[in-house]
Design a protein around this ligand. Structure first.
Ligand code: BES
Ligand code: ZN
Length: 592
């Protein structure tokens, strides 16, 4: 037995599925998917097969032509779920499993109409990364295995289904529901399976890019992301032709726990990106960049997550530099530096979670999640780029993508490839220190711009009475204000808070990065005028990136701690399971 991924029961001595055929009935009343999955192996196999499952009710297992197959579900492991053991007869080419999803399926959030923009229809969305696909479909839930898929999703009339796949027709069913068909011809890891169902409308942004959202939001979404084709073009200039045919996006309801998720052909996005001024499209650049780094060349397990995210952050900032110039990219790196420092502080007693090449046996990958694989990883990539020069590095990146396209690789495979193509480069940048040592090496690249230095100096001198001038207040772009707020000292007085709000009109900001940075400062300062806005944001938005610092800041003082617990009690039923877990763990750190 050989298990290459500590987060899956997949056994490398067993055959890999090559394709899935899925049928999903979406039952909003029961909050359940009634599923059938056929795993195709593309050749004759037999014997024991282990699949991942979590909270699934298995109804039957059949091999077409042979009839029922003996199966058993092991006892549940808190992280991995239950191993589903099948014993397949000789000559098996495919296996059909019928099942139902469980009430606690982590991959799925079932929303009541009130939790949507339109408030008239329910909504369902999935989020399978890291290891939640197994709560939606029994499968080999590891990126070591890649599958093409086709799907048929039956939904109540009036609702639309979208998936991380191309549309392949839809029609009304005899029983008054509607069936949507999809096909994903390219092989993807299971964490990129994705489904959303709701009242949806769409708007074309270019011949190959479209945005989906609830009808109330589609116009705003189309405006916000209007320039996506330009971004795709710039990314293609760097990394080669876009490999997935279409690039569509879905703007989800506000409980979506992430900023964005790179589901192939259908990026999922938080509605908090709709700032009204296109100031948060860096998240789209990031998810788009995953089309190459992550979706085309994929980490072999969560122990190599930095290969996905570190490369993608680097790629995202490379795209932004082309679109918006060096200063904008430098600001991006500065925001990343802040996120990196916060994560290093959070994990100061867990140094094993601050290395890039992680060892995660027995650790829930959602607990290991932080900005470290993103920002430390991106700094390693940038260090290699500086070492060998931009042009040579870009040629290397294209070779890398060619060599490993549609495969899933480890850090070790990456290192051997670098050694072969750029001999000596790993050692020159001290790659070992990034990969295996905690913290950030002091040789790691720094990113400067005149504007960034100005903002830093001004913010650091806040306590000496330094304030932005009227001219600066009027001219700063959102990213500049965000970096400034990040660098202002944390111990503001009531008067300081009032000054900031008055001069920058912070309470009414539509840019959630700025709004949440401000509300976090205000919470830490017990600035009461901000409490209603904090409550409003926490009751509406489930994006974990915002919940963690906001609840964390509220937790610091007795009075705001009580407020935090009261808000959480009210907000928690509307949060995604992942968000609920994060907030509970943040609040647990403070005395009762
Ligand atoms: N793939 C991630 C989201 C993710 C990570 C989901 C781990 C589940 C587990 C996505 O590409 C991402 O990194 N999103 C960021 C945006 C970004 C600009 C760094 C986010 O959600 O904030
Ligand atoms: Zn990412």
């Amino acid at each position: 037995m050989h298990r290459p991924d500590p987060h899956s029961y997949y056994d490398a001595s067993q055959p890999k599925a090559r394709r899935l055929r899925l049928k999903l009935g979406v039952d909003f009343g029961a909050k359940r998917l009634d599923g059938e999955v056929i795993l195709e192996f593309g050749r004759e196999i037999s014997g024991v097969l282990h699949l991942d499952s979590k909270g699934l009710e298995i109804l039957s297992v059949q091999v077409p032509g042979h009839g029922p197959v003996p199966w058993a579900l092991d006892a549940a492991d808190a992280i991995l779920g239950q191993r589903l053991c099948l014993d397949l007869p000789a000559g098996t080419i495919e296996v059909a499993i019928t099942y139902r999803t469980g009430a606690e399926a982590m991959a799925l959030q079932w929303l009541e109409p009130e939790q949507t923009e339109g408030k008239v229809a329910p909504y369902l969305f999935s989020q399978c990364q890291q290891i939640h696909a197994r709560s939606m479909v029994p499968c080999q839930d590891t990126p070591v295995v890649r599958v093409a898929y086709q799907a048929e999703v039956t939904v109540p009339a009036g609702l639309t289904a979208v998936m991380s796949a191309g549309p392949a027709g839809d029609e009304a069913t005899a029983d008054g529901r509607h069936v949507y068909r999809f096909t994903m011809p390219q092989p993807i890891p299971s964490y990129l399976l994705a489904l959303a169902v709701g009242r949806l409308a769409s708007c074309d942004l270019s011949p190959r890019a479209r945005v989906w959202a609830e009808p109330e939001l589609v116009e705003a979404a189309a405006w916000e992301f209007a320039h996506v084709e330009d971004m795709i073009g710039k990314a293609e200039g760097l990394f080669g032709p876009y490999p997935w045919d279409r690039y569509d996006m879905l703007v989800l309801p506000p409980s979506f726990p992430y900023g964005g998720m790179e589901n192939p052909r259908m990026t999922f996005l938080t509605p908090t990106l709709l700032a009204g001024d296109r100031s948060l499209v860096d998240v789209v650049a990031h998810e788009l960049a995953h089309s190459w780094t992550g979706n085309l060349v994929t980490n072999a397990s969560m122990e190599h997550f930095w290969l996905n995210e570190g490369f993608t952050v680097w790629a995202e900032r490379r795209i932004l530099r082309i679109l918006h110039g060096d200063d904008a990219a430098a600001l991006g790196w500065a925001m990343g530096q802040k996120a990196l420092e916060d994560s290093l502080a959070r994990f100061q007693n867990e140094p094993h979670l601050t290395v890039l090449r992680m060892h995660l046996a027995g650790i829930d990958p959602d607990d290991a999640f932080s900005s470290i694989p993103y920002e430390k990883g991106a700094r390693l990539v940038a260090a290699l780029e500086r070492e060998v020069g931009e042009e040579r590095f870009l040629r290397f990146i294209r070779d890398y993508m060619d060599a490993f396209r549609f495969t899933s690789i480890t850090t070790e495979q990456f290192c051997s490839f670098v050694e072969a193509k750029l001999p000596g480069a790993l050692e020159a940048v001290n790659a070992r220190a990034y990969l295996d040592k905690p913290g950030l090496p002091d040789t790691s690249p720094e990113f400067h711009s005149v504007q960034l230095d100005t903002l830093s100096v001004l913010a650091e001198r806040w306590s000496d009475g330094a304030r932005p001038s009227a001219q600066q207040i009027a001219s700063w772009k959102p990213a500049e204000l965000q970096v400034y707020l990040q660098k202002v000292p944390r111990n503001l007085s009531q008067a300081d808070c009032a000054w900031l709000d008055e001069h920058f009109q912070l309470m009414g900001r539509g840019n959630h990065e700025i709004l949440v940075e401000w509300l976090t400062l205000a919470a830490a300062a017990e600035y009461e005028p901000a409490f209603p806005r904090i409550r409003e944001v926490l009751l509406r938005v489930g994006r974990m990136k915002y919940l963690r610092p906001l609840y964390g800041a509220l937790g610091q003082h007795t009075r705001t701690r009580a407020l935090a617990r009261e808000i959480f009690a009210a907000a928690s039923p509307g949060y995604h399971g992942l968000s609920r877990r994060v907030v509970a763990s943040v609040l647990e750190q403070y005395p009762a």
